[in-house]
Design a protein around this ligand. Sequence first.
Ligand code: FAD
Length: 299
Amino acid sequence: LAPPLFADVAGDIDVSFEFFPPKSEKMEETLWDSVQTLSPLGPRFVSVTYGAGGTTRERTHNTVARIARETAIPAAAHLTCVEATREEIDQVAQEYWAAGVRHIVALRGDSPRAGEKYATHPGGYENAADLVAGLRKLHPFEISVAAYPECHPDSEHAQADLDNLKRKIDAGANRAITQFFFEPETFFRFRDDAAKAGINAEIVPGIMPVMNYASVVRMSAMCGTAVPGWMETLFEGLDDHPAARQLVAATLTAELCRKLYAGGVRQFHFYTLNRAELSYAICHLLGVRPRAAAGMIAA
Ligand code: FAD
């Protein structure tokens, strides 16, 4: 008899979760429920994104600072170079350090005007590699950077993108977290190419549980992620069946993680979109269980 699908996962997986800063009180509640649900799983860190053009500067800071204060989980703040001088960005980083935040996800970011080509702000950091070098001069932050298994849309070719990733690691980044992708082979190919390019840092796959197929198709088109034809077939006819859609999404994403695990991956970064259930279910299927010492700090 073949063993059950997930029977051979050995409890040796580390996870991290990404959130975005809430825009309203209601969204804040949803976010906080998600943090409370996912914290007991003992993630290595949870991270909070930074909106285009620094529009979420305050909200990102408040969310990260609250996680740092009220949970036992290391909090990471995303930070971009968009529309700010080096001094302004250094100031934000200093505030994080003062608030006890020791981990930055260092990014270039995109133009806040949709469709416009990215341009370095006068007096700003040129790109993510430059930002990593700047942060390294300030404090001994732990630093994560972005990686693109299907090549960043601004890159002329895959080798230029790998060279760029190597510059970020050489500037002092500790790890790379990937853009989301849907086929395990996409990740394995990229991991091999990165190793050949002399990139020895940890490369953590970014996992996007598909909650809304139409919006994932839109996001994928923007960031150059291929959506396999079989995904459309799988989500077909489920628009009015949210519960069934969740089950399909969980199965699909857990299967991707299982294949990555079989290929040696032990770290996963989940794009939670501030919803805990799917990420929690997938972690459960992967053998990740609540840990006694993890979770919230009692008030
Ligand atoms: P970089 O690595 O600096 O560069 C992006 C591309 O531009 C490179 O691949 C390279 O081809 C080209 N490039 C850069 N510098 C040079 C150079 N000197 N010469 C030639 N080519 C160059 N965006 C947000 O706004 N907020 C977030 O919180 C956020 N979080 C993210 C988290 C993860 C894990 C990922 C994968 C992405 C995230 N993004 C976020 C999106 C990210 O900001 C965009 O993908 C952006 O377009 C590139 O950022 P980067 O840090 O990868 O840029």
